[in-house]
Design a binder for this molecule. Structure first.
Ligand code: GLN
Length: 539
């Protein structure tokens, strides 16, 4: 395709309508027609990145191969499209302003007054076009965070207006709104959509396509009404009705012809129909499980739906791969203590201890791990979960009284988890952890080798602490084996138990790399181990 095209997704009426899922679904459809597509997210907050935000504020922080700490929507982009994202795929207002202010301090503006328009909007436009400039894509889809009308989003909407003006049919705006259903009158209401489009028009942006999120189907009369009041063709009014799983949305958008409408509007010749065979197979396996396993996810943010997003999605991929339903039981680590654990952890076929930071809930995690170890229940510990497994083993098997991580107890007599050497001199919190992809060498004849079937792997990281190599020999002799090592700096990245059917702890985050097209082998094998465990229990 000759020239790169830019598609923008804006949102109106309410937040959390699923701009990320609509953007990902459109990307999936275009990719399945043979186009090369990138998706990026522009976030209107002042933080440089979400790395310093806690999960109550922002849900999970997703990490890319190049070590960017990003919005969790980038996880959806990767899971749907199987295309890796990077630092360039997530830009915040903070980053835009930082770049402009740095230029001003360098003197790049040659005495000009630096203003929101044109300097901030130019920087936004530059960032939008940066991905396109690589020459690797036919389409760049840019999701604008927030809701139209927010003060923070205005410079982004202005940048979209300018790009539309400058690039004509090479730019297209999809506006996602809510069409509420009023049960008392039995009607779908279009007024909020009309108002939200008016709001966009006040900023000079005419949307080309309107996607209407709704709990009921939109009839033709409703579509015509929205089309007439919002200046779009009736065919460009797309319904996005509530579905069972987010993975249904690409099929829904295909049936609503979203991709077709986009291609026609952008005057791109329609070459071939989307090939979604593999996606359909995945959905079939997801929706027709032959059995069910119960897995406990132990963490301190389990009441937040988005805090462990990549982990919960990885279980969906791994469940479908095994054609088993994974019933995830979210267990608050603070609720686990000596008198509750038996009740809370009973009937589980697998236990996962989640990543995290700080002291809160640690002792509950350690009790859950002891229970999994002693009862031979399949266990996966991720990052802090792996570190807790090391602490538990130190305390209860090696007899290291009060063993701990120096993150929680700097004065512990047994610092079995300690700060990494290169982290010691760091005092700034933002973007300074060990982040992104690092290689790891696996030991042959181990469970982890069975999982990856390869001796060299690459996984993504986000941590400051590590297994303390001073204790390596004692652990190994007692049966907790280091089975994955980063050879460059001798970091222990994976441990497993010798006398346990499936007990693995990983310092990295496998969940960031699981996609529909390529479910992560660690989750696939963990679910397999849980199925096996369940079979043995019922024998
Ligand atoms: N808090 C731990 C560390 O910094 C674990 C981090 C995590 O679980 N992502 O090493």
């Amino acid at each position: 395709m000759a020239e790169i095209k830019y598609i923008f997704t804006t949102g109106g009426v309410a937040s959390s309508l699923g701009k990320g899922i609509i953007s990902s679904s459109l990307a999936k459809l275009l990719i399945s027609r043979g186009y090369r597509v990138a998706i990026q997210k522009l976030d209107p907050y002042i933080n440089i990145d979400p790395g310093t935000l806690n999960p109550y504020e922002h849900g999970e922080c997703f990490v890319t191969d190049d070590g960017a700490e990003t919005d969790l929507d980038l996880g959806h982009y990767e899971r749907f499209t199987n295309v890796r994202t990077s630092q360039a795929n997530n830009v915040t207002t903070g980053r835009i302003y930082q770049a402009v202010i740095n230029k001003e301090r360098r003197g790049d503006y040659l005495g000009e007054t630096v203003q929101v328009i044109p300097h901030i909007t130019d920087e936004i436009k530059y960032r939008i076009q940066l991905l396109g400039a690589s020459g690797n894509y036919d389409f760049v889809i840019t999701e604008i965070g927030g809701t139209v009308g927010d003060i923070e989003s205005l410079p982004y909407i202005e940048a979209v207006r300018q790009m539309k003006w400058e690039l004509g049919t090479r730019c297209l705006v999809i506006h996602l709104t809510l069409v509420p259903y009023l049960a008392s009158s039995g009607e779908l209401k279009t007024k909020p959509t009309q108002h939200s489009v008016k709001m966009l028009l006040e900023s000079g942006v005419q949307p080309d396509v309107i996607v209407c999120r709704s709990e009921k189907h939109l009839n033709q009369a409703i579509r015509n009404k929205i089309a007439l009041f919002c200046n779009v063709n009736p065919s460009a009014v797309i319904e996005s009705v509530d579905v069972e799983t987010i993975y249904d949305v690409p099929m829904l958008m295909r049936d609503e012809r979203l991709d077709q409408v986009v291609l026609e509007k952008m005057q791109v010749p329609i070459r071939k129909q989307p090939d979604l065979k593999l996606w359909e197979e995945f959905l079939h396996k997801l929706k027709n499980p032959v059995g069910e396993v119960h897995i406990g996810l132990v963490g301190k943010y389990v009441e937040l739906r988005d805090a462990y997003k990549s982990i919960t999605e990885s279980f969906i991929h791994a469940g479908a791969e095994n054609q088993f339903k994974v019933d995830l039981k979210m267990i608050h680590s603070e609720s686990i203590n000596d008198s509750t654990y038996k009740h809370l952890l009973k009937d589980l076929d697998g236990i996962l201890v989640a990543p995290g930071f700080g002291e809160r809930g640690i002792e509950g995690k350690i009790i859950a791990i002891k229970f999994a170890r002693e009862n031979k229940i399949p266990f996966l510990g991720i990052c802090l979960g792996m570190q807790c497994a090391v602490i538990e083993f130190g305390r209860n098997v090696l007899g290291f009284k009060d063993a701990h991580s120096t993150e929680m107890n700097p004065a512990t007599p047994y610092p079995v988890i300690d700060i990494m050497e290169e982290q010691k001199k760091i005092d700034k919190k933002g973007g300074t952890m060990r982040l992104g992809s690092y290689p790891c060498t696996l030991k042959p004849d181990t469970k982890i080798w069975d999982v990856y079937k390869s001796s060299e792997i690459v996984e993504r990281h986000r941590h400051r602490f590590e297994f303390n190599n001073a204790y390596k020999k004692e652990y190994e002799n007692a049966g907790m084996i280091p089975v994955g090592i980063n050879k460059q700096n001798d970091l222990i990245e994976i441990i497993e138990l010798k006398d346990h059917p499936w007990f693995i702890g990983v310092q990295f985050h496998p969940e960031y790399k699981s996609t529909v097209a390529s479910p992560h082998p660690l989750f696939v094998h963990f679910v397999k181990a849980a199925i096996q465990y369940k079979k043995l229990q019922t024998k």
